[in-house]
Design a binder for this molecule. Structure first.
Ligand code: 5RP
Length: 231
């Protein structure tokens, strides 16, 4: 038998692969699965490929996940052709003990929130570095209509946050929806439900990366001791 990697020496990538595989326990034969975006979800998609003949397909939250699903031969459904999903599986940039999250590090937050809203259960897969008591250490992604960016930066400054336009290769990053992303540093989000509702109401905000109304119902947290299931 080849030696297996002791859990105590597992890297962050190995922890992501661990929770990606663990999420298969939430996939039932015949289902259409809601699939998120990011490096942890990539591990899940690779694991899902091992049972592609037993699922109906997926609804995807980004062009990147769609490509990866299709490369594995997994059918991708348009969200408009599906009424409801039993489960949505996605990563997070931060998750707290109530299942409230910050998401959008991969700029896919709007479609992620849409697919999460279609699902009866949100299963979050994350390595232990994502676990926090209070949201806000990770800069909060907010997808915005470009013409509103400056005004929104001032609104976040009034809350004590510093909003920076996300760049890629020196130019503003453009999301799958053709919009821009602000990353807001220096916030402490004590009441995620109220904060999400407040920012959603600001003109020009497409989606705020606080997922409180679409919280995780289950978190599979990769730790050196193995996968912790927090429900
Ligand atoms: C993408 C996301 C991701 O779920 C989040 O950024 C975590 O990504 P990773 O698994 O690569 O750490 O919200 O918009």
């Amino acid at each position: 038998m080849p030696p297996t990697t002791p859990l105590t020496t597992m890297t962050q990538d190995e922890l992501k692969a661990l929770v990606g595989r663990a999420a298969l326990a939430y996939v039932e034969p015949g289902q259409i699965i809601g699939v998120g975006t990011g490096s942890t979800v990539n591990c899940f998609i690779d694991a899902l490929a091992t049972m592609r003949d037993r699922i109906a397909g997926a609804v995807s939250s980004s062009e990147a996940s769609t490509q990866r699903l299709r490369a594995h031969g997994i059918r991708v459904f348009d969200a408009n052709d599906v009424d409801e999903l039993a489960v949505y599986i996605d990563g997070a940039d931060e998750i707290d003990p109530r299942g409230y999250m910050i998401k959008g590090g991969g700029a896919a937050l709007t479609r992620e929130k849409i697919v999460a809203a279609m699902a009866r259960r949100f299963v979050c897969i994350a390595d232990q570095s994502k676990w926090v008591e209070t949201l806000g250490r990770f800069p909060l992604p907010v997808e915005v209509i470009p013409m509103a960016a400056r005004r929104l930066m001032r609104q976040f400054a009034a809350l004590g946050g510093e909003a920076r336009l996300r760049l890629r290769d020196g130019a503003p990053l453009v999301t799958d929806n053709g919009q821009h992303v602000l990353d807001v540093h220096g916030l402490r989000i004590d009441d995620p439900l109220a904060f999400e509702s407040m920012v959603n109401d600001w003109p020009g905000v497409v989606t705020v990366g606080v997922f409180a109304h679409q919280r995780a119902h289950v978190c599979l947290l990769g730790t050196p001791e193995g996968v912790r299931t927090i429900a």
